[in-house]
Design a protein around this ligand. Structure first.
Ligand code: BG6
Ligand code: MG
Length: 225
């Protein structure tokens, strides 16, 4: 195995938009008369807008007509975009710029693998539009995570075999997608939540490229950082 490409999730890995998604969904749930907890929110991470809405409505015990669901999804997106519109390069998560410069130095290819339809907009806001070899977002795929499509497409566009790819993910669904794509999964967050990840670190700030490559090299069975 030779690591040739790193595939990054966006929300919760490069920027902390995961909290904006939660705030917007919570506002919607509250207006519908129920609440969603942070713990509940874990299962929404990495899941598409439409599927997230279904999970939330089921949680609230609501069955709504398609038309109303479309209105709610659009309203949630508007609230989300209001939060995103205030973002600047200062919102890039700690450790990301330094990690990316090491990735470039190591000659490793990069892809963004996000199911968000707003990914391009966010990359523009934070000044990272040109940071990736290729960008796969919600507009380029038909199936959200945990389906591996987003990562397989990223590897394909980079011309790299899935087995030579490492995925960086903060979502349970994203780690599942990476494993189904036959890739190495680095979890960003808590090992208690991201139980299927090969390695888990609190953030990219806690990782260097040489250290990661060494750890992947050392362990056929990869250890927890
Ligand atoms: C993922 C987020 O990146 O994108 C999910 O983790 C979100 O929470 C999904 O639902 C879709 O995003 P968007 O921006 O298209 O609504
Ligand atoms: Mg994420």
């Amino acid at each position: 195995m030779v690591i040739k490409a790193f595939l990054f999730d966006l929300d919760g890995v490069i920027v902390d938009t995961a909290i904006f998604h939660y705030q917007a969904w919570r506002r919607m749930a509250n207006e519908l008369g129920f609440d969603i907890s942070e713990e509940f929110n874990e299962q929404l991470k990495g899941v598409s807008r439409v599927e997230s809405l279904e999970i939330i409505l089921q949680h609230g015990g609501l069955t709504l007509p398609e038309e109303r669901k479309a209105e709610l999804a659009a309203q949630k997106n508007q609230w989300y975009l209001d939060l995103v519109s205030r973002m600047t390069p200062n919102d890039i998560l700690p450790g990301v710029p330094a990690f990316f410069s090491q990735v470039r130095d190591a000659g490793i290819k990069t892809a963004l693998g996000s199911v968000s339809k707003n990914a391009r907009l966010i990359l523009d806001r934070i000044g990272m539009s040109d940071a990736f070899g290729t960008v796969i977002d919600g507009n380029k795929i038909t199936r959200g995570k945990p389906d591996p499509e987003v990562f397989l497409k990223g590897a394909d566009e980079l011309g790299v075999s899935p087995a030579d790819c490492v995925v960086f993910e903060d979502a349970v669904a994203g780690i599942d997608a990476a494993k189904r794509a036959d890739m190495i999964a680095v979890g960003i967050g808590s090992p208690d939540v991201l139980t299927q990840a090969d390695i888990v670190v609190p953030s990219l700030e806690h990782l260097t490229v040489p250290q990661l490559l060494k750890s992947l090299d050392r362990t056929a069975g990869l250890d927890v950082y």
